[in-house]
Structure formats: C-alpha cells, structure tokens
Design a protein around this ligand. Structure first.
Ligand code: DAH
Length: 349
C-alpha cells in the first residue's frame, strides 16, 4: 500500500512538470496553478485527504505530498518570473511607436467657392458703404411677391415655379433675395444701403445652367436723389473689382415688376476681351443680373414717399459670377460635392 501513495505523488509530479514546461503564457500558468496548487487543486486535495489513508501510509504521503507542494510552488514561481518577463517584452514590442515615421497629413478644409464669392462681394460692397444682411429662406408670399409689386397672376407665383411650403398659408421658399428689400425698408428709414447674399429656390428642371437651389446677392440703396447713374457707377465698380480694371459694362432695358426702369447688366468677357469665346457663348458679354430704379409702388408699400426718396436695386447670381470668372460650364458642379472640383478653388490660408 505504501507504493500507492508514492505512485500517486510521482504521477502528479510527472504531469505537473510536463504541463508547467508547456505553459507558454501567463494565462496558462494561472490555469496550471489552479489545477495543482489552488484550493481545489490536486496536490491540495491530496494533502487534505491524508487522514483517510491507512496509518502506515500517512507519513510517506504527508512528507512526499508536502515536498511535492514545495517543489511545485518553487517551480511555479520560477516559471512565473520567466513568463512575465516574456509577456512584458511582447507587449513592449507590440506597442512600440516608431517616432521616426512621418505624421499623417490631416485633410484641411477650405471655404466653398460660393462662400468665398459671397465674402468677396460683401467686402467690395462694404467699401462702397453697403451693409451685409441676411433674410429668411422660408418666406411669405407677401414679401416674396406682394411687396415687390408682383401681381397675383404673375407666372412666377405659379406652383410650378415656386416651392410652396404651405399653399393656403402662402408660405414659400424664397425664389429670390429681393424679399429682403421690403423687410429692410420696413424696419428703417432712408438712407438704406444693404446687400443680401443667400440661397434661393426654384422649382424647375435642372440642367447645366439651372439648379433648384442657387445663391443670389441682392443690393438696395434708397436715399434722396439717387439716380440710375449711381446704379451704373456701383455695378461698374463691382465688375472692375471682380474682373479687372479694363472691363466695360453694358446696361440694356429689361422688365422686372419691382423696378422702373429695369435693366439687365453685363460685363465684357475678360477671357476673350469681348471677341467671343466658349465662356461668353460667342457674344463677347457675360450677363451678371437684373437691376433698376426701385418702383414707386414698392416704396409706397413699405411706407416711403416716392416723391422724396428714390433708389436702385440689383440682383446677381453668385454661381453665375463664379462660372463666368473661372470658366465653369455646369452650375450643378457647385452642389455636387466633388472634391476634385472644389479643391481648384481652395487656396492655402
Ligand atoms: N429678383 C430677380 C430675379 O431673381 C433679380 C433682380 C432683378 C433683382 C432686378 C433686383 C432687380 O433687385 O432690380 O430674377
């Protein structure tokens, strides 16, 4: 019987040593320790069971068992030192940062060409005494049409040209920046000198020169003795600032319900010098927008006396200006979010 206890001890030692030798990670080691030396480990249970052994085996089992326990504890301790050093090496190697690698280039944002043009125009007009103001994109038909002398039966009021947010309530997405004329004049007395950049919306088929959303810049000046000459001077100066000092401007009669007389104005094409090219479609002229002397009805609608005050107004298409200056031939490029297009306008700050 003596051999039984010794055999059990030898067997435990053999397996424990083999398995400890095979433990390659700290996790393996923890599992091994639990299997042999833990509270429910084989060696622990063996020693705890001594009392139930026949008396003649107890001394051998006790001495041998305790010796095994000490041996395995020392071996475990030695293995733990080796494995934890290896573990640390491994983690250091994995987490190593190569400080000689070049950094990742962050992608730098830049203003959209439309925003840049709005900033540029605001500055040009600021130098001529115009304040930049902003108005609501969701507008009432009252300001979008009525105040501007646009009659109830005007085709632009048709549901097919205007996005109605609320048809019976006559709430629209503004179709132009002109409604701010009424809002500005209603809240102040002359002199008025403002420009209004912003988005406008039109329910129409999209093509290379039509978008359902685009940007305009409205201008309005009202005071005593304002004449068409002031309008021409201001717009010619703007054209020179935008397109260079040699540019000529052209004003032709046109009709808009809120001005009298009304004009369309153009600048001679800077790309071909007026000879005719792709950008000006062979005409030598680039049309910039509409303008005119504020209609007496509009002045009356906001409570100004047309016998005392006069003024001019104009409206520019922002995308159109950029297209003309940079030779862009499709207005849809501005809202398409293609970085290859947008990057061409980004300058380093
Ligand atoms: N609001 C006009 C449009 O969107 C443009 C315009 C024309 C504005 C003449 C004006 C103006 O202020 O006087 O087509």
């Amino acid at each position: 019987m003596m051999t039984d206890a010794q055999a059990t001890i030898d067997d435990m030692r053999a397996r424990a040593e083999t398995e400890l030798g095979a433990a390659g990670t700290m996790d393996d080691l923890t599992a091994w320790e639990r299997a042999y030396l833990g509270a429910q480990g084989e060696v622990t249970l063996f020693l705890r069971g001594l009392a139930s052994l026949p008396a003649n085996q107890r001394p051998i089992a006790g001495r041998g068992g305790n010796a095994l326990k000490n041996e395995l504890t020392a071996a475990w301790e030695a293995r733990r030192v080796v494995l934890s050093a290896a573990d640390l090496q491994q983690r250091l190697a994995n987490d190593a940062v190569d400080v000689t690698l070049p950094g990742r280039q962050p992608i730098l944002g830049a203003s959209h060409p439309v925003s840049r043009m709005i900033d540029e125009l605001s500055e040009i007009f600021a130098l001529m005494g115009f304040q930049t103001v902003f108005g609501p994109e969701v507008e009432t038909a009252h300001y979008n049409f009525d105040v501007l002398n646009i009659p109830k039966d005007h085709p632009a009021r048709d549901v097919w040209d205007t996005f109605y947010v609320d048809l019976p309530g006559e709430i629209v997405l503004r179709t132009h920046t002109s409604p701010m004329q009424g809002r500005v004049m209603e809240r102040q007395d002359p002199p008025v000198r403002v420009v209004v950049p912003g988005r406008v919306y039109r329910y129409e088929a999209q093509d290379a020169s039509h978008e359902w959303m685009l940007h305009q810049l409205e201008g309005l000046a009202v005071d005593r003795n304002i004449t068409l000459a002031d309008l021409k001077g201001v717009l010619s100066e703007m054209a020179r600032q935008l397109f260079g000092p040699d540019r000529r401007t052209r004003f032709r009669c046109d009709f808009f319900p809120f001005v009298e007389p009304g004009v369309d104005f153009a600048v001679d094409c800077a790309i071909c010098g007026g000879a005719g090219c792709r950008v000006c479609k062979g005409t030598g002229w680039l049309e910039m927008g509409g303008a005119g002397m504020v209609h007496p009805n509009v002045l009356r609608n906001v409570g100004y006396d047309p016998d005392v005050y006069s003024g001019f107004a104009f409206g520019l298409g922002i995308e159109r200006l950029i297209m003309m200056r940079s030779g862009v031939d499709d207005i849809r490029a501005f809202a398409a979010n293609d970085l290859r297009f947008l990057r061409q306008f980004a300058r380093a700050a």
